[in-house]
Design a protein around this ligand. Sequence first.
Ligand SMILES: NC(=O)c1ccc[n+]([C@@H]2O[C@H](COP(=O)([O-])OP(=O)(O)OC[C@H]3O[C@@H](n4cnc5c(N)ncnc54)[C@H](O)[C@@H]3O)[C@@H](O)[C@H]2O)c1
Ligand SMILES: O=c1ccn([C@@H]2O[C@H](COP(=O)(O)OP(=O)(O)O[C@H]3OC[C@@H](O)[C@H](O)[C@H]3O)[C@@H](O)[C@H]2O)c(=O)[nH]1
Length: 395
Amino acid sequence: MTSSPSSSPSPVRLDLDGNTIKPLTICMIGAGGFIGSHLCEKLMNETNHTVLAVDVYNDKIKHLLEPESAPWTGRIQFHRLNIKNDSRLEGLIKCSDLTINLAAICTPADYNTRPLDTIYSNFIDALPVVKYCSENNKRLIHFSTCEVYGKTIGSYLPKDSPLRQDPAYYILKEDTSPCIFGSVEKQRWSYACAKQLIERIIYAEGAENGLEFTIVRPFNWIGPRMDFIPGIDGPSEGVPRVLACFSNNLLRREPLKLVDGGESQRTFIYIKDAIEAVLLMIENPARASGHIFNVGNPNNEVTVRQLAEMMTQVYSKVSGEDSIETPTVDVSSKEFYGEGYDDSDKRIPDMTIINKQLGWNPKTSLWDLLESTLTYQHRTYAEAIKQAIAKPAAN
Ligand SMILES: NC(=O)c1ccc[n+]([C@@H]2O[C@H](COP(=O)([O-])OP(=O)(O)OC[C@H]3O[C@@H](n4cnc5c(N)ncnc54)[C@H](O)[C@@H]3O)[C@@H](O)[C@H]2O)c1
Ligand SMILES: O=c1ccn([C@@H]2O[C@H](COP(=O)(O)OP(=O)(O)O[C@H]3OC[C@@H](O)[C@H](O)[C@H]3O)[C@@H](O)[C@H]2O)c(=O)[nH]1
């Protein structure tokens, strides 16, 4: 294995083939977000790599930037810049060995309500990053999404078809599954479509110009620091992803809202398991380059309704509070997200490629990951929510 779970980096790190890993300089764009913050933490705690952390915000990595005495001082530098319009970006990519691009608008509530911003963020703004990497012969790890698969083939079969039970109709494979999106009026797919086109550009840069790339397709990574709690560390009217929506409801003792009955299925993976996979990609370029990797946990599948029920139980355990009498309420997608919303029905990643190339497997069960995440949510937000509820006028 390449890493030990100690807090100080081991002096010699070996890759999966037994070669010494040289310290790298990594330009990480979107380093201040949910995934970026965990990746920075991992790189500081367990490796000798240097991170040029690019983002417009740094609240989620402040704990890594501030302590002057931290053992990693000098190995992480924050560069506050918007990649849409900042000429410093090319210089940062040029002086790095590897660029990791995480920057994106990636909350479903935005896809149908801000489709232009979504398409620009996920496609147009990512183009110069690809171009600078290609022109300067720099390696790129680009974050795409499991949403590029869209809906499953099985979802188009009659409801009572026995083929719906056949994995061939729902397992999502990097090299064979089609990308099935709804009509253009269903603006939900603006995100998936933009991500698909940037994947195709990166793949073509690899094929025609020799760009050394890896594409990551995350399948619902969740954990501490994901998104924001509306009215506490994000806008009151904002709609984050489901983990933060449900956490907010639990913290406020409100029913969890099940969109269109909560029948959609997802597989959730603990952020810390997923970050292990990314570190393997960073440190094993010969095994990771030229590949597209699903990164998810096929064993953690639930419907959104089941997720709501499990989160309610877990939150009760970690907070010591009984759950409310009506823990969930149904809401239509039109009411919750507005016109143009649509949904992925089911998302189970095929793990063959990542297993073969990197020998990686997820470890944490859904119950365990919810327990550690909701313990964090309770510790971080319960007091602030109590105060906000007590003084509504001040918010
Ligand atoms: N979390 C998941 O489960 C998941 C699933 C699928 C795909 N992804 C992809 O992974 C990536 C990271 O996701 P995340 O969950 O950490 O999201 P996030 O929103 O927490 O992080 C994205 C970061 O990018 C920054 N950013 C956006 N536009 C920028 C710009 N123009 N200039 C500079 N910084 C900018 C944001 O400020 C934010 O800190 C995204 O590309 C997303 O599409 C994530
Ligand atoms: O309060 C809520 C929030 C969400 N939901 C439902 O929960 C499911 C999951 O919603 P999320 O907000 O986590 O987002 P999705 O899984 O649909 O998409 C995500 O997947 C992969 C990434 O690319 C993005 O981070 C995001 O697009 C959806 O079916 C949604 O309709 C609720 O039922 N209630």
